[in-house]
Design a protein around this ligand. Sequence first.
Ligand SMILES: Nc1nc2c(ncn2[C@@H]2O[C@H](COP(=O)(O)O[C@H]3[C@@H](O)[C@H](n4cnc5c(=O)[nH]c(N)nc54)O[C@@H]3COP(=O)(O)O)[C@@H](O)[C@H]2O)c(=O)[nH]1
Length: 938
Amino acid sequence: MLTRSLFSKNTVAKRLYLAFILATIIPVSILGIVSFYQVNGELEEQAFSGLRKSSKDYGLRLIDRFVVAESALKLLQNRIPKLTLAHDSAILEERIGMLFSHIVVSKPTGNQYIVGEQILLPTLSTDEQRVISLGRTVIKAVDEDESIALWIAIPQLGLQDHLLMARLKGDSIWEQEVLGANELLVYGENGQLWFSTAEHNVLPEELQQEVLSKSSGTFKWEDNVNGSVLAGFWHTPLRNMFEAPNAIIVQIQLEDIALSANAHFKSFYPPVIMLAVLVVLLSVTKLISRYLTPLSALQEATEKLVKGDFSYQVKVDSEDEFQSLANSFNNMTRHIQTQFDIQSTMGEIDRQILSVRDANEVVETAMTRLPETLGVDMMAIASVKPNSLAIEKLYFRVGLQPTQIVDKPSVLSHEDYQHLISEQNRIFILASSELPAYSYIRKIMQEQHFYYLVVPVIVNEQLTAIVGFAYHQLSAITHEVKNTARNFGDRIAVALSNAAWEEKLYNQAHYDGLTGLANRRVLNEYLKQAVARAKRDETNFCVLFIDLDRFKSINDSMGHAAGDNLLVDVAKRLENNCRETDLAVRVSGDEFVILLTEFDDEQASVSISSHIAKKLISTLAEPYHINGQTLHISASIGIAIFPDDGNNPDAILEHADAAMYHAKSAGRANFHFYQSAMTSTAVENLKLENDLRQALDNNELVVYFQPKFDSEQEIVGAEALIRWMHPELGMVSPAKFIPIAEQSLLIIDIGRWVFEQCCDLINELSDKNLTIVPIAVNLSAVEFNRDDLISHLLGILDKTQTNPNYIELELTESVALTNKDICIQRMTALRESGMSLAMDDFGTGFSSLSYLQELPLNTLKIDQQFVRNIELGESSQAIVKAVMALAKGLSMSVVAEGVETPEQFNFLAENGCDFYQGYLLSKPIPKVDFMAKLEAKK
Ligand SMILES: Nc1nc2c(ncn2[C@@H]2O[C@H](COP(=O)(O)O[C@H]3[C@@H](O)[C@H](n4cnc5c(=O)[nH]c(N)nc54)O[C@@H]3COP(=O)(O)O)[C@@H](O)[C@H]2O)c(=O)[nH]1
């Protein structure tokens, strides 16, 4: 079964098997077949040569028998004269009658029958008679009725013409008993058949000729009667000894008998060969199986190894190289398994180092996985408190029992600490006999005649942990174990330093570096949780958005360090007024948020949050002692309540912010609950106002100049127009932020700054010797109405040493709406200072013409909307004409603004307009471009 599966699966087995067959079975089979035919041929040859030899032996014995017969006759020859006929004949007959049937003395006078009845004697030829007379024996075959008789004739000694002739008895001469299974044919050389044991001459004519023609030989033929027969023949040289024809002896044997050895051979040889082949096959199979079974087992094990099954062990008991290969393989898989476990443990630890902030989790993973991987008898990890000798936490595990954790188990001795620090970056082995010198071993591990592998973990030159592995056997602390211990020590070091670093990063990411309060990120997280909890429990929570009033001025006047200290103190006061469950957050510069959670209903939310807001406002308003100075600051607080004021973190925070702006715009140092009426525009404006406060300091404002032209399109002046490059919003239109600036009074600072910029331009033009043209500065009603207006403007003119004749102030009709007398007084003072005055946007206000008449104006600016409508019809044209006529009547010059088309320009020019301003001629341009235009004019 195993063998079959081995051969079906294993290609090597198949090939080996095939090779063995090619190398053994085929040669064996060929050898068998060749041997078979060889042996078969040999046996056949033997059968033939046996027949030939048998014929020869028979022939030689035939000669012997003729010699015996001759000798017997010769003996008789001497005795014949003495014979008394009757008595002696009887004796002779008895003695040699066994050889001869007739013995006759042939005489010229008649024949004397010594033995046997009277018989017709063979006729001897003259030659025969002659040779007999010479003493030679003649043997003659005589054809009798049904057979051939052999006669032997010798001379009768001493008697002329007397012959002694004897007829040989067939029995004695042919000696049939020696033939066995053979048939015998004896021919005379003339082809006369002398004797045959068969009934007739069985030889076919052609074979008989062959027999006669060769001295000896063999042959085979198919006998009609007996089937296949084999024969051997030999020419018996009777002529050498007698006067006789040679006798040809032919012995015949049935093939079955002659080749019985072949038959026998055929019957046993193929099975023997088959058996041999079978034995070879079995041996080969056994051999291949013996060698390939381990190979197959190794292959199977390798496949399991590839699939990650390292626990599989190959079982090979062949007690040869395969077994040692299997043992090596098993050792290798064990080693790989260990390595794999180590790598996977280290990988897990690495992952945790990367993903987990807490080094304890790394330690716990190591305690779970390393003991088995490293085959330790005991393992311990002690974390040492930074900058101390105290062991903070001890993890230890005996064998594979559960890990035990002990908090603050003991304190290291100074000697121990020094020893461990001195072993930095090393691992070392201690035997239990050395323990008295190192008491820390006792403190972190058990004493049980162990060998200890110790890894001190040093981070930033501080001992932060001790890792210990205990083994009963020193030999178990292999190179691999040491390496792993070292690697693990390194990882623990990384984990601990990472943890410290992570903690630092975490704090940086979650806490404000200056005040230590939570930051916006934590706030967002808390808000999410608060929303989820409040939704689940159907409770309320409040967000208090706190902004310090005029903090910027403290920063500006006392420096940023003082500002920072103030913020730290503010943070402390906020924290002190919060419950533990509340969250105080610094969201940006001077903005803070307090999250008050878990109110049962809105009423409680309102009363408690307003109470806390009041408390905070009064607490924050208390004096601060910073850098030896006493400071005061107030705070504005906006309150939003979940869920009425917003049902998600962003909304609730945004609305608290809006409420805070509301509180600020309502006079500062107070708090305000969010109301839905605080539209997004209002909130946006409040934010813009806040940003605008920083804009001047942050150099976000810039002044552009829009040239004014005469009818020849020559530059005759310019209007200063402010631009705001907001860092987030991009270019903000003055149409949008000037009203906010006016509302928040920021226009005062801004207006003065623009005025300074214009003075600087005039001075620069002068310095560069360029054409100086009057520059018009917009003056808002808020600015105009301030008492210090004139002193401020004059102060700047004085400071910058600017010629006021080059300054034109553009006022809108609204400036004159409040107090007519003061207005005229202020305008008169401005005129007297040397500056000129223009009425901007003329025609849009409702000032009476009589009032206009009283104002000390130099110029009227026709509002853009009238200019734009010029092309629409006669009524607009009539207004424009009327305004120009009015101006002429009042001795004022006229500036048309918003001139965008040549038609407008032409109409205005035809009707006596003095100056033109508009995109047709130039858009407002940066200072450098404006100066370039003036340079070109020069
Ligand atoms: N108190 C101050 N007010 C200022 C100051 N700078 C600007 N402003 C006022 O803001 C309003 C918007 O000004 P601005 O967007 O700059 O628009 C001015 C021109 O760019 C624009 N203009 C001029 N020519 C054309 C034109 O052909 N087509 C067209 N569509 N607009 C044109 O008109 C504005 C100038 O208006 P005015 O002041 O009335 O001459 C605006 O009311 C400014 O006054 C500042 O420093 N202080």
